[in-house]
Ligand binder design. Structure first.
Ligand code: HEM
Ligand code: NAG
Ligand code: NAG
Ligand code: NAG
Ligand code: NAG
Ligand code: NAG
Length: 326
């Protein structure tokens, strides 16, 4: 555990003795303690009011962090707007008309710039926002390693290659593995679908003519099927209607997702697919029974996700505006 205080003393001594760029370049939980002591308070109060205004925003912020980390690493690249010289990621298929929460990050950034100018990266702000969003939705709390720097590029084609709900589990797992995660992390992090919403076109293929069978997906619970057919009637104009990923406890971060999957009420094909593999289905079983185990494993996996491809030390920059390279 990187953020246990003993280890910090150790790292601190290492820094004093060697002052090597190697030690310097690691993330650590106290990164802004002296340079921006109000950071955690500012993020917390902004997420509190954002949730009070919009109960879905917590889920949206977590997804934003996921889409940041899986593309170009956790470098804030997802936050960049298109310019004449930079093609951002916001218009990639999985992101366009789908990602939310940019305004919340802008507001936090502007508060932080007033308190501690040019000090805290957008990538770190997004990571802290996701942690607080989970915690304030009754989910787990963990200490966030900090010190990420912001990227100066984006990668739209990689964003187009984010995991899709229509892919088989093996393909999704391969994408996680290519990011240094593993099959277990697919089962654990899919638990994020315990809150938030999805647009009809992302699961409608299950409702009417599944795989050309002329029938709904047989693995979809029949009473949920009826509700979903009402939300998403078989017409194109329903495509962007929203259904809750977890219809039982829609805005709460808990282990209900796994109970849903076990009772065939997972919304996305990729959610239900977790039962089609011995390892992931065993994890679904375990998390459905032991919420504390889920919380512990989720904190570990999401922290690991937060380390994908990070820029540290002198790499990248500290953006003053999260939407634009300095
Ligand atoms: C395992 C592969 C994954 C697939 C195929 C997937 C797919 C999706 C899809 C299709 C949506 C609905 C998007 C829309 O309606 O426009 C969604 C929403 C969401 N996803 Fe995932 N996802 C995956 C993994 C993750 C991970 C790793 C996280 C975070 C740790 C996450 C967090 C969320 C959240 C919180 C929402 C709701 C967002 C909102 O309401 O604004 N997902 N996901
Ligand atoms: C409240 O939430 C809505 C919907 O997300 C958003 O459009 C609006 O800007 C938010 N207002 C404030 C003050 O954050
Ligand atoms: C974008 O990501 C893909 C896949 O990781 C990689 O092959 C490509 O070189 C990247 N493009 C840029 C411009 O970095
Ligand atoms: C899954 O991955 C395989 C091998 O990369 C690919 O051929 C196949 O088209 C993918 N399936 C889907 C549904 O994306
Ligand atoms: C998965 O479980 C099934 C049924 O319990 C069993 O027949 C199969 O051998 C298992 N597969 C693997 C790879 O362990
Ligand atoms: C689920 O829990 C059981 C009982 O503790 C354990 O034997 C099993 O290994 C767990 N499954 C996974 C995939 O960790």
């Amino acid at each position: 555990m990187e953020c246990v205080s003993n280890k910090h003393v150790f790292v601190f001594i290492l820094c004093l003795v060697f002052l090597t760029p190697f030690v310097y370049s690691q993330l650590n939980c106290n990164f802004y303690d002296r340079t921006c002591p109000s950071l955690t308070r500012i993020v917390r109060s902004n997420i509190l009011s954002a949730i009070a205004n919009d109960s879905r925003i917590a889920a949206s912020l977590l997804r934003l962090h996921f889409h940041d980390c899986f593309v170009n690493g956790c470098d804030g690249s997802v936050l960049l707007d298109d310019t004449d010289t930079l093609k951002g990621e916001k218009n990639a298929l999985p992101n366009k008309n789908s990602l939310r929460g940019f305004d919340v990050i802008d507001k936090i950034k502007s508060d932080i710039e007033s308190a501690c100018p040019s000090t805290v990266s957008c990538a770190d702000i997004l990571t802290l926002a996701a942690r607080d969003a989970i915690y304030l939705s009754k989910g787990p709390f963990w200490a966030v390693p900090l010190g990420r720097r912001d990227g100066t590029t984006a990668n739209e084609s990689e964003a187009n290659n984010l995991p899709s709900p229509f892919e088989p589990l093996e393909n999704i797992t391969a994408k996680f593995v290519s990011k240094g995660l593993e099959k277990k992390d697919v089962a654990v992090l899919s638990g994020a679908h315990t809150f938030g919403f999805a647009q009809c076109f992302l699961f409608k293929s299950r409702l009417f003519d599944f795989g050309g069978s002329g029938k709904p997906d047989p693995s979809l619970d029949s009473s949920l099927l009826q509700n979903l057919q009402k939300i998403c009637p078989n017409q194109a104009d329903s495509n962007t209607n929203l259904a809750p990923l977890d219809p039982v406890t829609t805005n709460t971060f808990d282990n209900t997702y796994y109970k849903n999957v076990l009772s065939n009420t997972g919304l996305l094909q990729s959610d239900q697919a977790l039962l089609g593999d011995n390892i992931t289905s065993s994890l679904v079983n375990n998390y459905s029974k032991w919420p504390i185990l889920f919380f512990r494993d989720f904190a570990v996996s999401v922290e690991k996700m937060g380390r994908i491809g990070v820029l540290t030390g002198q790499q990248g920059q500290i953006r003053t505006n999260c939407r634009a390279v300095n």
